[in-house]
Ligand binder design. Sequence first.
Ligand code: ATP
Ligand code: MG
Length: 217
Amino acid sequence: MDRSASQLPELGQDPGREYRLGIMGGTFDPIHYGHLVTAEQAREALALDLVLFMPAGSPAFKQDREVTSPEDRYAMTVLATAANPSFYASRFEIDRLGVTYTVDTLKALRSAYPENVHLYFITGADAIIDIVTWHDAAEIASLATLIAATRPGYDIRQAQARIAASGIDFDVRYIQIPALAISSTNIRDRVRLGKSVRYLTSESVMGYINKNRLYHM
Ligand code: ATP
Ligand code: MG
């Protein structure tokens, strides 16, 4: 696969060095500070060179509700990540048609980058517990290291037990991030009810939501 055709940033230029590419997938409807803190602390903890934020085109898990247009979710992702030189908003999944599976994205990234670029897939604690049930979980395990962000006090034993019971050889790194009980669902609910979402997401995203009347009805 051609990296420039899919608008992915360059990485892996020096064959004598190892590079680390983080991938933060999500619906990002809208993106919020929970996503941003998780990605930033994963970047720091695992010395990632770049983190790609990949809004899902047609999320595999969210076929049951109306999701905001990919262009709006992508625009908010660009706004929220613009000032961080290590963050990169990617159109990669929204430009693909159909349901997005993590395994397909990881396979495409694997072929787009040279061997000296290692893939790190970042997820929140809620997602890691389900990972063994994901589409082609074993192949995901072979393609990427998983970074599982947990809150202080969160018990990782249940996740570890489920992963062990799956028999799949996942490489999971657990990192602790400050508790942030922010969710996109809560932000959408608050906007609909006319409540404040200031400090749950960036000013730029908040402005975009209001300007475009997202989530209001
Ligand atoms: P929704 O409420 O619509 O499900 P969400 O807030 O969970 O949205 P997603 O786009 O579903 O956001 O999540 C993308 C990724 O970010 C997932 O890996 C999820 O676990 C992680 N994540 C979401 N919110 C947080 C948070 N507050 N802290 C840490 N990780 C988070
Ligand atoms: Mg979620």
